[in-house]
Ligand binder design. Structure first.
Ligand code: JFZ
Length: 431
């Protein structure tokens, strides 16, 4: 038994190798909710009935959908993978499922939007994943009675027969099979989400996982089939369940200490973060993060062995909002010069410095200076351990004087330090 568990963790470590290298991805929340433009929960929050939501299906016409432009924006931002909502909680499918009529091909879009997304992103060399909501507010056999978020929860007429839930499970498993069979190699399957008693085996999770692993053995799966708290969270133990998933998915938060299991061993994780305060397009939400914040939060994730999945919410027309594109472009400018401090990097061997953060890859330590200093940046704790310092952006050398302070960084300057065993630059002439 113990060996079996060790194998599961070992397999997870191998499967997630690329993921833990790539560090930075694009999340895309897109669906009918882009039309009301008040976020992807609009149907639930505003208690909109299936009937009153129908006009959005009838009107959906993303005539400026150009996934090549999305892929280019992701590429230029330095993102290495992308995850698109194939189906969100409202049940609308961006892909051409044979199991429902509630899909993009039956709207004015008239296209399989998932297929085109996958093609465009793969062409840019970006790894691809699909988000699939295991909650479904549209399917007639999805139990409103069990859904505390369901808009019709308190409507007696709407409480469906729990005995028919298996039909929903057939549908859900069937759609996952379609996605894993008809769309080539997928790198990530991102399920969302378990709650209350709607968790783990309620979804027939063992069966689902067995199918997924048999169809696409290398695919990464998030941890939201299992749920958290008492009924789940086995990803954080030395005994993960078969449906524990490959990585933790903290949402709108960067875990203070990163993510480790009960024995202190690192668990792969990915913080999913919005650019403003909504996942789906929200026209009135102007509270965008600054590029500096995004960069620093990405650095923070990497400094704690984690990834960042940064969200965009395309409009009803199919375009990523200009505000988001502008932020991504600036992040990309920074990544172009400083990507070496992100990709393949993780937690450093040294504690967080007072002026910023370290990331590290092998013998290279990257110092991310967030805070202006008066005089040299202090490198307390590095004495004798750093051989050479240079500015990552332009390769210029930095003066290291005893007792180990480095001179002259501007705010948001970044230095790389080659440690003694990895000396690539000649030391300055000794007088
Ligand atoms: C979920 C979705 O509901 C949301 O629309 C978005 O897709 C996000 C990435 O994931 O959000 C959640 C999931 C779980 C909880 C809260 C929000 N939860 O368990 O409390």
């Amino acid at each position: 038994m113990e060996n079996v568990q060790r194998d599961l963790i070992q397999e997870r470590t191998e499967r997630t190798r690329w993921f833990q290298h790539d560090r930075f991805g694009m999340f895309i929340h897109w669906g009918l909710y882009a039309i009301p433009a008040r976020g992807e929960w609009v149907r639930s929050f505003e208690k909109i009935t299936v009937e009153d939501y129908q006009p959005y299906f009838d009107q959906f016409d993303p005539d400026r959908y150009d996934p090549k432009a999305w892929a280019k924006a992701a590429k230029d931002a330095g993102m290495q993978y992308a995850v698109l909502t194939a189906k969100h909680h409202d049940g609308f499918c961006l892909f051409d499922s044979k199991l429902t009529d509630y899909k993009a091909t039956n709207t004015k879009a008239g296209r399989d939007l998932v297929a085109e997304f996958l093609e465009a992103f793969r062409a840019e060399g970006i790894k691809v994943g699909l988000y699939y909501s295991i909650i479904d507010w549209h399917h007639e056999d999805y139990p409103a009675y069990g859904d505390r978020h369901h808009p019709m929860r308190n409507n007696e007429a709407y409480k469906r027969d729990p005995e028919t839930f298996h039909r929903y499970l057939d549908y859900m498993h069937g759609q996952v099979r379609e996605l894993l069979t008809n769309y080539g190699k997928l790198d990530i399957m991102w399920f969302d989400f378990s709650y209350d008693n709607m968790a783990s085996e309620t979804w027939k999770a063992t069966e689902l996982m067995t199918m997924i692993r048999s169809l696409q053995p290398h695919i990464l799966i998030d941890n939201r089939l299992e749920g958290s708290g008492e009924q789940g969270g086995s990803l954080y133990t030395s005994n993960p369940s078969v449906y524990a998933g490959d990585f933790a998915s903290p949402e709108q938060i960067i875990p203070p200490e990163g993510v480790t299991d009960e024995n202190g061993n690192p668990v792969p994780w990915e913080a999913c973060i919005t650019l403003n305060n909504n996942w789906g397009y929200a026209a009135a939400d102007r509270s965008y993060k600054t590029p500096t914040t995004v960069i620093r939060k990405l650095v923070e994730c990497v400094s704690k062995n984690g990834n960042m999945l940064l969200n965009v919410g395309p409009t009803a027309k199919g375009e990523i909002p200009q505000e988001s594109l502008d932020i991504l472009a600036e992040v990309g400018q920074w990544i172009k010069q400083n990507g070496a401090s992100i990709y393949g990097c993780g937690k450093a061997d040294f504690p967080k410095p007072e002026w910023g953060r370290y990331t590290q890859r092998g013998n290279l330590l990257y110092a991310h200076v967030f805070e202006e200093s008066i005089g040299p940046v202090n490198l307390v704790g590095l004495a004798g351990k750093v051989k050479k310092a240079r500015l990552l952006a332009d390769g210029s050398e930095l003066f290291l004087n005893r007792p180990w302070s480095a001179a002259l960084f501007e705010e948001d300057a970044f230095v790389s330090f080659a440690r003694p065993e990895h000396l690539t630059y000649p030391l300055p002439d000794k007088k």
